[in-house]
Write a protein that binds this ligand. Structure first.
Ligand code: ADE
Length: 226
């Protein structure tokens, strides 16, 4: 699996892969990542990558030429654009994309990207939520992280994927570590007794309660699937 981050600001992304689980996964060659800066493809004298919006409006847009030329160098990759004007990225997308060989995440900057670039090159377009970021780099990082942890071997213990939030449409049950009593706050006693079927039943009930409280729509999905 290879990620290419197409961005004007690679340094915003680079640090994230230099620590912890993802660093180890890169060292173990489970995936690799690289960068492509559209500015390097700009044919203008001053390496210009933005321009004013046709028809007026505030701010600048990323202009098509550098992005067209940059994206032409990735013929076989799966091209993903990040924009708030798109369907939301969800866990199923992360799992599905983890099977691709090469994904190019294109991060927009300024007020966005000339629509012709998206029309011409996007295999998929995602938003990571209903808010507007100053650029797509965080969105690319969020998605690549969620994809990477679904790549075989990236998480040490593959079991940890199965019980996670969204795997069953339910939010994950709360977790506790030691000590069993901390500042007079205790772990649910069932968690400590070691009866695995009782623990599973309690966790399921807690999952349902959490989902009902925080994400009622999600609970409806669970019920219609069950
Ligand atoms: N770029 C700016 N805001 C974004 C969002 N919410 N999701 C994806 N890309 C974005």
């Amino acid at each position: 699996m290879r990620f290419t981050f197409m961005t004007l600001f690679p340094q915003l992304i680079e640090g994230y892969f230099q620590d912890s689980i993802l660093k180890r996964a890169v060292e173990r060659e489970l995936f690799s990542y690289d960068f492509c800066n559209p500015r390097d493809f700009s044919t203008s004298r001053h390496k210009k990558v933005d321009d004013t919006a046709a028809g007026g409006g505030a701010g600048m847009l990323m202009n098509p030429q550098p992005l067209f030329d940059a994206l032409d160098t990735f013929k076989d990759a799966h091209i993903v654009f990040t924009t708030p004007v798109a369907k939301p990225f969800v866990q199923n997308d992360a799992k599905r994309l983890a099977k691709k060989e090469h994904i190019v995440f294109v991060s927009g900057r300024y007020e966005g990207i000339d629509e012709r670039v998206i029309e011409q090159y996007a295999d998929e377009v995602f938003s990571i939520g209903d808010y507007v970021l100053t650029g797509g780099e965080l969105a690319s990082l969020v998605m690549s992280d969620a994809v990477a942890r679904n790549v075989q071997g990236v998480l040490g213990n593959s079991e940890s994927l199965d019980v996670e939030s969204f795997e069953t449409s339910l939010l994950e049950a709360p977790s506790f570590t030691k000590p069993a009593n901390f500042k007079n706050l205790s772990t649910p006693s069932e968690y400590l007794k070691g009866n695995h079927s009782k623990i599973a039943a309690l966790k399921n009930a807690l999952s349902i309660a959490k989902t009902k409280y925080f994400r009622p729509g999600q609970l409806l999905q669970y019920k219609t699937r069950a």
